[in-house]
Design a protein around this ligand. Structure first.
Ligand code: NAD
Ligand code: GLY
Length: 370
C-alpha cells in the first residue's frame, strides 16, 4: 500500500466481532485498500461539511469507487452549533430520499462534529448501518473518532443525546492535518495532553519536549502523538466500552469544559479550548483535595499554555459565574442524583472520579476564571 504505515495500526479490542483497527499513516485517502473493511458492492454515503468537502471529498469518493455500487455525498453546515437534531435529520433525509438500504456504509469525513453526528445517524438509521470514521482534525484522530461515542448537543447540555456505536474502522491520514488552521491544531493538542496526567507521564514528558514540533505540524511528531493517544484510548475503551467506570477518566477537564461550551454558546469556544481551561480547573480542584501539589498544576498549566490554549476559564455569567457553572455541571453525564462528579488527578499519571463540596468548587471557579 502506498504510504501506509503498516506498523501504525492500533486495535480496539472489544472482545467480539465489533473489534476494529485504527490505521494511522500518510497517503491513506488515496489508498482504496485502506477502506477494504466495508462490504463490497454496497452503497456508500460520505457525510462531510462545507469546509472539508472541497478539500477531501473527491479523493475519498475516488478511493471508494471500486468498492461500492454508488458513492453519494452529503455536505452539512460547518460548526459545533450545527451538531443538532436538524443536521441529523438532513442525514436521514438524504438516506431515505436516496433509497439507501440497510447495507449502506456511512463515511464520516470531518472533525469530531461530523464524526459524532454521522456515527449517531449510523446507529439510528434502520436500527443500525455500518460506518467508517475518516477523521480530518487532530482532535478527531486522537480521540473522537475512536471508541464509539456518538452524539448531538442539546441546548441544556453537551453531547446529551447519543449512543455507543462502534465504527467498522478508523482511517487517520496524517496528510489531512496540513490544511488544519493553527487554532484547530491547538484544540486537538488539548486531547493529546489529557492522556499524560490521567495515564502516562512518560508521554507527558514527550509532549513537553515536542510541543513546538507538534504545533509546527511536524509529521514524525504528529504520527507519534496520534499513535500513542489512540493506543492509550484503546486500552481504556477495551476495558470499559460503555463507561461503567474507568472510561470516565477520558473526561479529564471536560466537566468544566462542557460548562464553558454550553455557557458561552456552542461554537464560541472550541471544544479543545474549553478542555484546555477545564483541565487547569480540574487540576486546581485536585490540588485543593490534596491529591497533587502546586508544582504539578503549574507544570500542566505551562504545557497547556505552550500548546496555544487558554489556561483561564470563561466568565459565563457576570452575576453568578460559579453558580452558573454548577448549574450546567449538574447535567453532566457523570453526575449522579444531582451530585457532580469530577475527574481529578490522584497523583501524576493516575486519575480518579470524585465528588467535591460546592464551596470548594466555587473557590476553584472564582480563582480560575478570567
Ligand atoms: P470540528 O469537527 O468542528 O472541526 C473543527 C474545524 O476544522 C471545523 O471548522 C472543520 O470544518 C474544520 N476542519 C476539519 N478538518 C479540516 C482539515 N483537514 N483542514 C481544514 N479544516 C478542517 O471540531 P473537532 O475539534 O474536530 O471536534 C470537536 C467535537 O468532537 C465536539 O463536538 C466534541 O464534543 C466532540 N468530541 C467527541 C468525542 C467522542 O469520544 N465522540 C471526543 C472528543 C470530542
Ligand atoms: N472522549 C471521551 C471518551 O471517549 O470516553
Amino acid at each position: 500500500m502506498n504510504g501506509f504505515y503498516s506498523s501504525e495500526r492500533v486495535r480496539i479490542d472489544l472482545g467480539d466481532e465489533r473489534s476494529y483497527h485504527i490505521a494511522i499513516g500518510t497517503g491513506l485517502l488515496a489508498e482504496p485498500a485502506a477502506f477494504e473493511v466495508a462490504r463490497a458492492g454496497s452503497a456508500a454515503l460520505i457525510v462531510t461539511n462545507t469546509t472539508v468537502a472541497p478539500l477531501y471529498a473527491d479523493a475519498l469518493a475516488r478511493a471508494l469507487a471500486g468498492r461500492h455500487s454508488q458513492v453519494a455525498r452529503l455536505v452539512l453546515p460547518d460548526g459545533e452549533q450545527y451538531k443538532t437534531w436538524d443536521s441529523l435529520n438532513l442525514v436521514f433525509d438524504a438516506l431515505l430520499g436516496g433509497g439507501f438500504d440497510r447495507k449502506t456504509t456511512l463515511y464520516a469525513l470531518g472533525g469530531g462534529v461530523v464524526g459524532d453526528m454521522t456515527g449517531f445517524a449510523a446507529a439510528c438509521y434502520m436500527r443500525g448501518v455500518p460506518f467508517v470514521q475518516v477523521p480530518t482534525t487532530l482532535l478527531a484522530q486522537v480521540d473522537s473518532s475512536v471508541g464509539g461515542k456518538t452524539a448531538i448537543n442539546h441546548p441544556l447540555g453537551k453531547n446529551m443525546i447519543g449512543a455507543f456505536y462502534q465504527p467498522l474502522a478508523v482511517v487517520c491520514d496524517l496528510d489531512l492535518l496540513k490544511t488544519l488552521p493553527a487554532r484547530e491544531l491547538s484544540a486537538g493538542l488539548a486531547e493529546v495532553i489529557k492522556y499524560g496526567p490521567i495515564a502516562d507521564m512518560a508521554f507527558f514528558d514527550w509532549i513537553e519536549a515536542n510541543i513546538d514540533a507538534l504545533r509546527a505540524c511536524d509529521a514524525t511528531a504528529l504520527a507519534h502523538a496520534v499513535q500513542r493517544s489512540c493506543q492509550l484510548k484503546a486500552d481504556v475503551v477495551g476495558q470499559d466500552e460503555r463507561e461503567s467506570g474507568l472510561r470516565a477518566i477520558l473526561n479529564f477537564g471536560h466537566t468544566f469544559g462542557h460548562a464553558i461550551e454550553a455557557g458561552m454558546g456552542y461554537g464560541a469556544w472550541l471544544h479543545g479550548e474549553a478542555v484546555g481551561a477545564g483541565m487547569v480547573m480540574a487540576a486546581e480542584l485536585s490540588r485543593e483535595l490534596g491529591l497533587v501539589d502546586a508544582a504539578f498544576v503549574q507544570r500542566l498549566t505551562g504545557l497547556i499554555d505552550r500548546a496555544g490554549l487558554p489556561t483561564r476559564g470563561a466568565v459565563i455569567d457576570a452575576d453568578d459565574n460559579a453558580g452558573r457553572y454548577l448549574q450546567l455541571m449538574r447535567v453532566d453525564k457523570k453526575a449522579e442524583g444531582g451530585e457532580i462528579r469530577f475527574v481529578v488527578i490522584d497523583g501524576p499519571g493516575r486519575a480518579a472520579v470524585r465528588a467535591a463540596p460546592d464551596a470548594l468548587v466555587r473557590q476553584v471557579i472564582d480563582r480560575c476564571c478570567a
